[in-house]
Design a protein around this ligand. Structure first.
Ligand code: SAM
Length: 193
């Protein structure tokens, strides 16, 4: 029986970079691979709905007209907002599957290291929301550790498969499956993106 996710606010209060996103070579490589796998040079609007410390969010801002980021932890949202100050990034405190405040039509969606922390109903609702919000042409990147966090509801590989299969059922096209040193990445597109 899994314990389920931690109190993320408490985790960030104890350590503002609990997964060493800013310092570890693994995380740096992961971000570089995410950016390298994007099909387009520029996007109008990215949605990063579990931005954590905002490191990837800030990198995405260099490729996007704007990034709307959010996190279920108020503390993470505060940290990410500080990191992204001065960039074309909006950060909200918002927990999936709650939609963003704006009438957002993202042409890029990033699910990075969050899907396995969502319970069955939230994962299903999140993918429904992605499909409903996505711009006519949209690309989604899912990237997760290839292990099974003790405090998550499912493993990284199982989560990746779920994202790919559920969005494929809704007409999204699976473009990239990348098996790297410690993480898995998949991209899907809709509408010929
Ligand atoms: C391992 S961190 C990953 C952060 C960031 N995406 C990255 O790759 O560096 C997981 C994040 O998911 C957030 N999270 C967990 N459940 C969430 C939910 N239901 N809605 C939004 N964010 C959530 C946590 O607060 C935490 O910041």
């Amino acid at each position: 029986m899994r314990a389920g996710p931690p109190d993320f606010d408490a985790v960030y209060r104890a350590n503002p970079d609990p997964w060493e996103v800013g310092t570890s070579a693994y995380e740096r490589r992961k971000r570089a691979v995410v950016l390298a796998c994007l099909r387009r040079d520029r996007y109008t609007t990215a949605w990063d709905p579990a931005c954590g410390t905002g490191h990837l969010t800030a990198d995405l801002a260099a490729r996007c007209g704007r990034v709307v980021a959010s996190d279920g932890s108020a503390e993470a949202a505060r940290i990410a907002a500080e990191r992204c100050a001065g960039l074309a990034v909006t950060v909200e405190h918002r927990a999936l599957p709650e939609p963003p405040a704006d009438d957002l039509r993202p042409d890029l969606v990033v699910l990075s290291e969050v899907f396995y922390y969502l319970d069955d109903a939230t994962r299903a609702a999140t993918l429904e929301l992605v499909d409903a919000l996505a711009a006519r042409t949209c690309e989604l990147v899912a990237v997760h550790w290839d292990g099974s966090p003790d405090d998550a509801w499912l493993s990284g590989p199982a989560g990746q498969l779920e994202v790919v299969s559920r969005l494929a059922e809704r007409g999204w096209v699976h473009r990239i499956h990348h098996d790297d040193d410690g993480f898995l990445l998949d991209t899907l597109t809709r509408g010929g993106a």
